[in-house]
Design a protein around this ligand. Structure first.
Ligand SMILES: [Zn+2]
Length: 219
């Protein structure tokens, strides 16, 4: 995991404007990003909380769940959040051929287009697994790569207090924060109001990814 993140940092340096890990260090702002939805429990809870705080955030959805949770997908989009590509069924991309990588990107994109009429231009590889070959395929498919600069391990069943404390105390300017809106990461939704309030109390703006970094979310 650590080696992969180091590799990702090298990739971001080698591919400026194509691979993003964080936003501008001068700006007191962060982006909350939610991976691995949509489903019908945690994703709607996260949406309810974001609505209550009048915030727009960013979701990386997995293709095979889109059709089954079409109403959640449409709601997410209509409430002003970004819906971006997180592969079709979340494989580790280093185990895929180039053609399989293209298929993972295309199938999710086509399904999303049917549901919201938009084609995403930003992709997050499952588990952040990336190397030069994978990045070349992502680029060829017309996507920029979005990684993250802070992972509080919200999926690991942490106590809510620990999760809140981690995110609020660790956040730096320009941080892209990795969270999840998927089943069995219930602590994320429980912690989210306190994460939002804690970050705002520290003076951070909470932005959509396309407000934090100079990217276009859709084509
Ligand atoms: Zn994921």
């Amino acid at each position: 995991m650590q080696a992969r993140r180091t590799e990702a940092q090298h990739l971001a340096l080698r591919h400026p404007g194509k691979v993003w890990i964080n936003g501008h260090l001068q700006r007191k702002a962060v982006a909350l990003t939610f991976d691995d939805g949509p489903e019908s429990v945690v994703t709607p809870q996260v949406l309810d909380i974001l609505a209550r705080y009048q915030l727009k955030a960013t979701f990386f959805f997995v293709g095979f769940m889109l059709r089954k949770h079409a109403a959640v997908v449409k709601r997410t989009y209509h409430e002003g959040h970004l819906i971006l590509n997180h592969s079709y069924d979340h494989p580790s991309f280093d185990a895929l051929s180039n053609a399989q990588i293209q298929s993972q990107l295309r199938r999710t994109e086509d399904l999303l287009f049917k549901l919201i009429g938009k084609r995403p231009a930003l992709f997050r590889p499952p588990a952040g697994v990336i190397d030069n070959r994978i990045q070349a395929e992502i680029d060829a498919a017309g996507y920029q790569t979005i990684l993250w600069s802070y992972d509080p391990f919200d999926w690991a069943g942490l106590p809510v207090d620990t999760l809140v404390q981690r995110v609020v105390s660790q956040a730096r300017n320009g941080e892209i924060i990795l969270l999840h809106s998927r089943l069995h990461t219930d602590s994320t939704a429980v912690a989210l109001p306190r994460i939002i309030e804690g970050l705002q109390a520290r003076g951070f703006e909470l932005l959509r990814l396309d407000e934090l970094i100079p990217v276009q979310a859709y084509r």
